[in-house]
Design a protein around this ligand. Structure first.
Ligand code: SF4
Length: 416
């Protein structure tokens, strides 16, 4: 037999843990899911509603734009409203250009935020750049807040890029322009972190990110940063795009990095459909971590794709209903049914793989395919438990899933 290689995920890269408003990021802690609002932060009602929706969907931290006086003034009021709603969600302030001024002019905003995100490419220009960067770092030290130094190649430090391009030219172009750009992104993040530490920000108050929009570039720059530092890392593919393209590109790049132990927190930057549901990015981030086996958030429904043996849309509808119900109920179930996120349900279309897959699940159903007797065997804990027939198969199976969850995960009272 040829030697068996180890195909399991690589051990998590050792990174410095950072406490973001009570949520530990890095240092081996579970990979944290985060998201960002797209409301005007000055719109307090709208922002509170969206932060609440993102948090309830499972976003463990939420970033909001702080772009002008009105937004900075709104931040403490948003924080207070969320606290009154019982939602203890760390808020991250996203600053560009005038963050140093806003944090100085609105101390309640500086206090209310759990983390500041700054972009070294647009924190200031020429001689003002280092001064304004230092002002924000000093503010973070004063308020004891962590900082994410978030490089984005859409706003890359042009002075640094030009210098590296010139050096490459002087050396006879050993690197391609793309390689030099990657190096500039990496250096921008690492040099900024070095500067922040020189100013006095502790390493356990710094998170780094280096977002690009191409999958191969993202994989390259994060591997470069991971090999040169132990800073806590936030992963995200910027401008990932809409729908399946954004999901596939984000999952391909971040999946590769996570498999290689790189990444302490993730955000999926999906462009929502017009008036679409912003919480979709949270769902995708959770599903990425769950399908890779890193975390469990919501019970998993295994369903076959269907084929010519599928007689109707019943099984697709049932799979959709079950998955939708499980996700919808999770916020209430987290307390009521501890461990339920590890549940596996199977909804299969015919006898070919139906019984086998259903036996592997905690509870599964194999619906009748073309030419089969109109009966649906149900398997519980690997054994055939019953057969459902008639028009109410879907409702009956839903009720069996609910009973199973209650029996297996319900808290036992002293009398039981
Ligand atoms: S389980 Fe049956 S219906 Fe589903 S894909 Fe396989 S053969 Fe087709």
């Amino acid at each position: 037999m040829p030697p068996i290689e180890d195909f399991d995920p690589k051990p998590r890269r050792a990174s410095v843990a950072v406490d973001v408003g009570g949520v530990i990021v890095g240092g081996g802690a579970p990979v944290v899911v985060q998201s960002m609002t797209n409301t005007d932060t000055a719109d307090i009602d709208g922002t509170v509603a969206q932060v609440a929706a993102l948090f309830k969907a499972g976003s463990e931290m939420v970033r909001i734009t702080v772009d002008r006086n009105e937004s900075a003034a709104a931040v403490p009021r948003i924080r207070d409203r969320l606290v009154r709603l019982g939602l203890d969600v760390p808020l991250i302030g996203d600053f560009h250009y005038i963050g140093h001024q806003l944090l100085a002019d609105y101390p309640d905003c500086a206090e209310a935020l759990a983390k500041y995100r700054i972009n070294p490419g647009n924190v200031g220009f020429k001689d003002k750049k280092d001064k304004q960067f230092a002002d924000i770092v000093e503010m973070a030290i004063r308020y004891d807040k962590p900082v994410r130094i978030g490089v984005n190649w859409g706003s890359l430090d042009q002075e640094l890029l030009t210098r590296l391009m010139d050096e490459n030219q002087a050396n006879g172009f050993p690197l391609s322009a793309r390689q030099v750009t990657r190096e500039a992104i990496v250096q921008s993040a690492l040099l900024s972190a070095e500067l922040a530490e020189e100013i006095g920000l502790a390493r356990n108050r710094i998170i780094l990110s280096a977002k690009v929009s191409q999958v191969q570039d993202l994989i390259a720059v994060y591997q470069m940063i991971a090999s040169r530092s132990d800073h806590c890392l936030h992963l995200g593919l910027t401008e990932a795009g809409m729908g399946s393209k954004g999901i596939v590109a984000s999952s391909a790049s971040m999946g590769y990095l996570l498999q290689h132990g790189i990444g302490d927190t993730i955000r999926i930057s999906l462009t929502p459909e017009p008036n679409g549901d912003r919480t979709r990015e949270v769902q995708v981030a959770q599903e990425l971590l769950q399908v890779m086996g890193f975390r469990q958030f919501v019970p998993v429904v295994a369903a076959c794709p269907g084929c010519g043996r599928t007689t109707s849309t019943t099984f697709q509808e049932l799979a959709q209903r079950i998955q939708g119900d499980l996700r919808k109920n999770m916020p209430a179930w987290r307390d009521k049914y501890p461990g339920v996120e590890g549940l596996n349900v199977a909804v299969m279309g015919c006898i070919v793989n139906g019984p086998g897959e259903s036996k592997h699940a905690d509870i599964g159903i194999s619906l009748p395919g073309t030419g089969e007797t109109p009966a649906a065997p149900v398997f519980i804990d690997g054994r055939k438990a019953m057969t459902l027939r008639g028009a109410d198969i879907a409702a009956e199976f839903e009720s069996l899933v609910a009973d199973y969850i209650d029996k297996r995960y319900g808290r036992k009272t002293a009398a039981e």
